[in-house]
Design a protein around this ligand. Structure first.
Ligand code: GDD
Length: 421
């Protein structure tokens, strides 16, 4: 799946040239979620900010929660957050008290050319500048969420959100599923583009193998990565499938990365206690180890049950050349190029999942084919092209913004960069 404009008014995608023609921007990015816990949106914002900085743009990020020592200096935090269950996950947000005032002050003092809001429909920081009717520069929004069942709370708030999101000048949706979400809140006239999440392909492709995690012939290693305690991540499907694989491959090892070991153990105890001796919990690992993990596995399994807007984990594993077995969710089917770049099984069907894993372990040619196809497909998601596509949206928005300014402001060079785009 590559970037594509959703309608005629959507921005043109062009990766052949610098969309900003050499201009450097001051960009503010607001995350709805705390950076204290790992998550797809936070990783996306962090890596995109790094890509922009490497291209010479000035970037500041505002997020809920507290600062931790591993956060880059350009990440600013509100100092506190609260947790709520959201789309099958637990989200750490800032909304009440001084959050709105902080967000407004941060936008005003940042003197940004453009502010990029992530998931502005979520009651958190990225929603605040819109609610306050405060628009010193244009707002672009990225929609990440995909819902299997649309939450009642969001349905109730739909018309309220529609009125506040009217100030979004362009929307970016990470997939078709995220576009369905965005369409509920945005006016049809808002330009919307589908631009996927990004990864650094080279980082994964060149990671060194970890001999401890390396699978070989009759001793394969099969991996899971994600929050094990969240039902939608499908850890139970993984465990049940693994117990079948173990019957064919008694020396197989099952390596599990991510938060939620305690919940993971409870799930195993409840459904397949015999698997306890064969599952190894590696906990939350560094990004470097994550790349080495994917590089070393015989097979990576993505058994998610729903609520996945994109599936960044598939793209990561594919970039590392790891054969992937994934549930046939819409977003995963798109990334897998309809099953050519990853082997798909019916969502939730652990027997199918086990068969798909065994088909790869049984046949080295199949394993090699998936590895090669996956690596090729992963290039669609490399930051080099994903960032170009986002910058093209910025360029279009800034041009439109400049045209909206009174002639006197244009003449005096206000919104300096927009003027030159
Ligand atoms: N280093 C490290 N990274 C981790 C770990 N656990 C998870 N991650 C990383 O965290 C990111 C998100 O992983 P998921 O658990 O799969 O996604 P999510 O937070 O539910 O993300 C949602 O948004 C993404 C971005 O739009 C979507 O891609 C995804 O499908 C989902 O909708 C991925 O880059 C994944 O590698 C860990 O222990 N260590």
């Amino acid at each position: 799946m590559t970037s594509k404009p959703v309608d005629d008014s959507a921005s043109k995608q062009n990766t052949d040239h610098d969309p900003l023609q050499g201009r450097k921007l001051r960009i503010g990015i607001i995350s709805p979620y705390s950076f204290e816990t790992p998550g797809g949106v936070q990783f996306h914002i962090r890596d995109f900010a790094q890509e922009l900085i490497s291209r010479g743009h000035a970037v500041e990020v505002l997020a809920p929660g507290r600062r931790t020592t591993d956060m880059p200096l350009w990440v600013h935090t509100t100092g506190s957050s609260f947790s709520i269950p959201y789309n099958g996950s637990v989200a750490h947000l800032s909304y009440f008290g001084v959050a709105g005032m902080l967000a407004r002050k941060w936008v005003r003092q940042g003197h940004f050319d453009l502010v990029h809001l992530h998931e502005p429909e979520v009651p958190s920081l990225s929603h605040k500048p819109l609610v306050m009717g405060f628009e010193p520069c244009p707002y672009v929004a990225t929609f990440h969420a995909a819902f299997d069942t649309y939450p009642l709370a969001l349905r109730i708030c739909q018309s309220y959100l529609r009125s506040y999101l009217a100030n979004v000048r362009a929307a970016i949706c990470v997939s078709d599923s995220a576009l369905d979400t965005a369409r509920r809140y945005l006016r049809p006239s808002t330009p919307m583009s589908i631009i996927p999440n990004g990864i650094n392909v080279q980082y994964f492709a060149s990671a060194t193998i970890n001999p401890d995690w390396l699978g070989y012939q009759d001793h394969p290693t099969i991996g899971f990565l994600g929050r094990m305690g969240e039902e939608r991540k499908g850890f139970d499907v993984f465990i049940k499938a693994c117990s079948l694989v173990l019957q064919r491959y008694p020396h197989a090892r099952f390596l599990c990365v991510g938060d939620g070991e305690a919940e993971g153990r409870k799930i195993i105890a409840a459904i397949e206690p015999a698997m306890m001796d064969h599952v190894e919990f590696l906990g939350r690992i560094s990004d470097e180890d994550k790349a080495r993990f994917y590089r070393s596995l015989s097979v990576y399994v993505a058994p998610q049950l729903g609520g996945e807007s994109f599936g960044i984990v598939l793209a990561e594993a594919m970039a590392a050349g790891c054969p992937v077995v994934a549930s046939d969710l819409k977003a995963f089917t798109d990334i897998s190029k309809d099953g050519r770049a990853a082997s798909l099984f019916r969502t939730g069907e652990y027997v199918d999942c086990a068969h798909a894993v065994e088909a790869i372990l049984d046949d080295s040619a199949r394993s090699h084919e998936l590895s090669t196809e996956g690596m090729c497909a992963a290039f669609d998601y490399d930051w080099s092209s994903v960032a170009d596509q986002i910058l093209q949206v910025y360029a279009d928005v800034l041009t439109g913004w400049r045209l909206r300014q009174p002639l006197s402001a244009q003449r005096h060079g206000f919104h300096n960069v927009a003027e030159n785009v």
